[in-house]
Ligand binder design. Structure first.
Ligand SMILES: Nc1ncnc2c1ncn2[C@@H]1O[C@H](COP(=O)(O)OP(=O)(O)OP(=O)(O)O)[C@@H](O)[C@H]1O
Length: 966
């Protein structure tokens, strides 16, 4: 493989792309703040094992089928291993098979049988093999055709690839001599990567051999029975935590609403009870285990081990117990239980699930670590079985790993927006070429600074397990949040996400890095072993990626079948594309905007300055997208959202500083540092960073909140976030502020709040129909307009909506999503006009208000509509009271929309769910739909799924041989 020059990065904008969905409690006091340094230099524009739990004669036997062959070649194999690989604890499955009793806690499906391999060993096979299967298998082999057979079936007769049996001569140490250090390091690195890939290969094989092992939770641990797919997930997670060959943990990537939270709660409970039991039974054994676990923590990422960068390894002496009663503490770094990191909007939901799904007699002690009054004492954190916190708090409390791995210059922002890499403009990434060197350096320096320099309590404990819920939050490895999460010290690491890939294959790299999944936790290896093969031959490249994922990821969609039965019996989900047309006035407005944008784009293209005008082009696209919702959105804000504390602070600031802040806000290249779109309702922080008001509000969660912009740790609060109007009025002493964007301040009717746009009209029409249905349930009358008369005269639309027709479970309720709060304002206006009872949830609201809104919507039959911000409400929430979802606008990647829709389509839903995606004909939205389709295909290829979420192509043993044994 060709080496890549990681020092020649050509990545985009020097804006860190973070999308946190973390909610805020805004402070109600004005803090005394110092003017940041940059303000004094105006004009510079600086920014600023437990194998005993898995003795299963089926599963374990299956593993042995493969691994004992490795054992026969083990002498060479072990010689081959890098130091890193040798440090790993080899699983019991490397030993020849000996019959063992099945764990009480494991239930296995399918029959099992014994076979003998070519080395004379006996193995136990499991799986749903029937006599018919066997006959079929024989026939199939006789034909010499095995490509389409499920791997766990046909691989019994296969031999391992030669490279697992023999040492490749190129892999042996062949250094050119003591002076040849560069060569030596390159060879060592390659050899380590190769060895690690073999471990991945092994794990992928293991995974294919054990498709249906279930773990049964002992009575009394949970208050609800696990569903079958959850038992399978539990068995898989227990195995990954105790016997993984590369990293302890993985990615649980089940579709939204399949119960990942509950599966993880079961995992916590199982481990806790197993370890408590083990402790009682055998204390000696427990000591041995503790040692192994320590080893693993440091092995977990030899190149990138956050442990070595954030703390001294000597300080971290965790023990395996997660129970508070048995956990031990090291002198300086307490060993804590499970840390769950999630978006703020689902923090309370997690707490509720921990309370509800655990039985009274086995309650877990849980701490919601959030808010200004949270403990500062790490020892306190270590007292709990589970600590729940938010991504924002982790970002604030944990020192980041340096940005070690460079990308390949493929234009991150371009990927985010579905644009070509030609749009890349950022050339400013810091280059560090020698990852391992830096890793070693980091051990001492960063470690000490973590212990000594007042990083938060989250970074001062060693976690038994860290779980990232909605792990796509860290999909960009460059972001502070991703780097902070990777720096948490933990024995086991989990990513939970129904949509792990959102923009590109690169998203996976961040999870691999967090998980310490070697060799892919190093960008160079990820690039060489995953990205390059995809670019050379996408079919094979994607198959290899599937294999790499298979070793650490479990993914089931709602369409997955187990033994021919659907994984879960959810009512159907119908997606309706509602293509509506503009009114004549709206079309006129849109055409004007469109031709203006085309002209500008052409000018950039003619001048060869398209890439330099990336932000301008994004802004033009934003305007077009917004115009599809309502022309009013294109107009500049004329009301001030930020509140009196900001106004008071602005009046106290020097005029020069105000002018500088305003210029940052008014520059056409300003992009929200959180969502990376041109900002809606733009505000600038005192530290000079621009955000959407909604996005920055998500970060203002208390007095420890800091600015999420790269390299900025300034504290955030109501008083340091300024709108244009506040700044202008403070500069000019004109309290009313100056008028908004002159281009769009005409008096055209389409620009008035009262104007009902085509999309809002469509929404009202849908709601009216529902209202009629609801009234037939409750006996009330239909939708009324502002005059109290029956609503008439909607412009006829050309779509049909299939409504859920099962009114037996209460009124039909609808969630309406938009990414723009101003669109929600306009819809809200219409709701009021038509006396529709609604609630609203957006990123500017406090967590308590959001929680109340969700509760009201879920429980009050009078409240039939929830207006939700896509940015704040698409994740985690359970809203099965709704059986209809309306998406008012399109986001760049379709998975964000899928997430939103699945608030309603999840376990607990009893009615068919209708999703209406409203788009406007012949606009930019047509193109976004096409982009979304491309992204869907890419995600499906990576997971080996067909478009419907089923498994389109299965990897075979031959595939794996081909993919790994190059
Ligand atoms: N075994 C179970 N018994 C009863 N209820 C369950 C069970 N498993 C899950 N649920 C319920 O189903 C709903 C969805 O589960 P959960 O929130 O864990 O899904 P998820 O996969 O984490 O979804 P998302 O990706 O959207 O966060 C929740 O209301 C949960 O309480």
């Amino acid at each position: 493989m060709e080496p890549i020059d990681i020092s020649s990065s050509d990545s985009d904008l020097d804006v860190e792309v973070t999308r946190e969905s973390d909610a805020s409690h805004t402070r109600q006091s004005v803090n005394v703040r110092t003017v940041p340094q940059w303000a004094n230099k105006l004009g510079t524009n600086s920014r600023s094992t437990d194998d005993k739990y898995f003795p299963g004669n089926g599963n374990g036997g299956q593993l042995r089928t493969v691994n004992s062959r490795i054992a026969n070649a083990s002498a060479d194999y072990e010689k081959l291993s890098s130091q890193q690989a040798l440090k790993r604890t080899l699983p019991v499955s490397l030993e020849p098979y000996a019959p063992s009793t099945k764990s009480n806690n494991l239930v296995e499906n399918g029959s099992s049988s014994q076979i003998h391999d070519s080395y004379g060993n006996s193995y136990h096979l499991a799986g749903p093999s029937t006599s018919n299967d066997k006959g079929y298998m024989r026939d199939y082999y006789a034909k010499g055709n095995d490509d389409d057979i499920m791997m766990y079936e046909n691989s019994r007769n296969r031999v391992l690839p030669p490279s697992l049996m023999h040492v490749k001569s190129t892999s042996l140490p062949q250094f050119g001599g003591p002076s040849d250090s560069g060569y030596r390091s390159a060879v060592t690195e390659e050899r380590a990567a190769e060895t690690d890939e073999r471990l991945v290969y092994q794990a992928a094989l293991e995974d294919l051999y054990q498709p249906k092992v279930e773990a049964a939770v002992p009575d009394g641990l949970l208050s609800v029975p696990l569903l079958r797919h959850q038992k399978i997930a539990l068995a898989w997670m227990l195995q990954k935590e105790t016997r993984s060959l590369h990293c302890l943990g993985g990615i649980l990537a089940d579709d939204q609403g399949l119960g990942k939270t509950v599966s993880v709660i079961a995992l916590i409970q199982m481990q806790r009870s197993l370890q408590l039991k083990t402790k009682t039974e055998d204390t000696c054994n427990h000591k041995t285990e503790a040692l192994n676990l320590d080893d693993d923590d440091d092995n977990g990422g030899a190149n990138l081990d956050s442990a070595n960068q954030t703390g001294e390894s000597d300080d971290f002496k965790p023990v395996p117990e997660v129970s508070t009663s048995t956990r031990a503490f090291s002198q300086r770094r307490p060993a804590a239980g499970t840390l769950v990191v999630c978006p703020a909007s689902v923090l309370r939901q997690w707490a509720r699930e921990l309370e509800d799904k655990v039985s009274d007699e086995a309650k877990l002690s849980a701490l919601v670590y959030h808010g200004g009054t949270r403990t500062k004492d790490p020892v306190e954190l270590a007292k709990y079985d589970v600590v729940l916190t938010t991504y924002a708090i982790v970002t604030n409390e944990v020192p980041k790993q340096p940005l070690v791995d460079e990308d390949d210059g493929d234009g991150k922002n371009g990927e985010i927006y579905g644009l070509s890499s030609q749009f890349s403009t950022n050339k400013k990434r810091k280059k560090i070429s020698d990852v391992s060197k830096r890793g070693k350096k980091g051990r001492k320096g960063n470690g000490r600074s973590c212990i000594d320099s007042g990083c938060g309590p989250l970074a001062k404990v060693g976690w038994f397990r860290v779980v990232l819920d909605e792990a796509q939050t860290i999909k960009n490895h460059r972001t502070q949040v991703a780097r902070a999460c990777s720096s948490l010290r933990a024995k086991r690491r989990w990513c939970l996400s129904g949509t792990p890939i959102q923009n590109s294959i690169d998203d996976l790299y961040s999870y691999f890095r967090f998980l310490k999944y070697d060799p892919y936790a190093v960008y160079k290896s990820f690039y060489n072993t995953i990205k390059i093969p995809i670019s050379r031959n996408s079919l094979h490249g994607y198959k290899k990626l599937q294999a790499v994922l298979r070793a650490i990821m479990l993914r089931r969609t709602k369409g997955t079948l187990i033994d021919g039965e659907p994984i879960i019996n959810l009512p159907p989900k119908t997606i309706c594309m509602a293509k509506v047309d503009f009114s004549i006035e709206e079309r006129g407005f849109y055409k004007m905007l469109e031709s203006d944008s085309f002209k500008k784009f052409k000018a950039y293209a003619d001048a060869g300055t398209v890439s330099q005008n990336y932000a301008n082009i994004l802004l033009m696209l934003l305007r077009l997208r917004q115009a599809c919702d309502h022309p009013q959105l294109v107009k500049e804000y004329t009301s001030d959202t930020v509140g009196k504390f900001s106004v008071e602070m602005a009046r106290s600031l020097p005029r020069d500083m105000l002018i500088d802040l305003l210029s940052r806000l008014e520059t056409s290249t300003a992009i929200c540092c959180a969502c990376t779109d041109p900002p809606e309702d733009p505000v600038v922080t005192m530290c000079g960073h621009v955000f959407c008001y909604q996005c920055v509000s998500e970060y203002m969660t208390g007095d420890e909140n800091t600015c999420p912009a790269p390299r900025c740790k300034e504290q955030l609060g109501d008083d340091v976030v300024f709108s244009k109007i506040t700044l202008r009025s403070s500069i000019s002493d004109d309290v009313g502020g100056s008028p908004g964007n002159s281009q769009f301040t005409d008096t055209s009717m389409v620009l008035q709040n009262e104007f009902v746009s085509a999309k809002i009209r469509a929404v009202l029409e849908i709601l009216q129909k529902q209202c009629v249905l609801n009234s037939s349930i409750s006996g009330s009358h239909g939708l009324a307009d502002s005059n109290g008369t029956s609503e008439e005269g909607f412009i006829a639309t050309t779509y049909t909506t299939v409504h859920s027709k099962s009114p037996t479970a209460g009124p039909i309720k609808t969630i309406i999503f938009s990414q723009w709060t101003r669109m929600l304002d306009l819809v809200e206006f219409s709701m009021r006009q038509h006396s529709i009872e609604y609630r609203r949830l957006d990123g500017t609201m406090s967590l308590a208000s959001r929680d109340r809104a969700v509760k009201d919507f879920n429980t009050d039959p009078e409240i039939t509509v929830m207006l939700m911000s896509l940015k704040a409400g698409n994740l985690g929430l359970n809203m099965v009271a709704a059986c209809h979802v309306i998406l008012l606008d399109l986001w760049w990647n379709p998975t964000t929309e899928d997430q939103a829709v699945d608030r309603a389509h999840r376990i607990g839903q009893t009615r068919p769910v209708t999703v209406t995606r409203i788009t406007i004909k012949d606009t930019v939205e047509d193109k976004i739909l096409r982009l979304q389709e491309d992204k869907r295909k890419m995600v499906a290829s990576a997971f080996g799924e067909d478009q419907g979420g089923g498994t389109a192509s299965r990897l075979t043993v031959e595939d794996l041989k081909f993919l790994f044994m190059v």
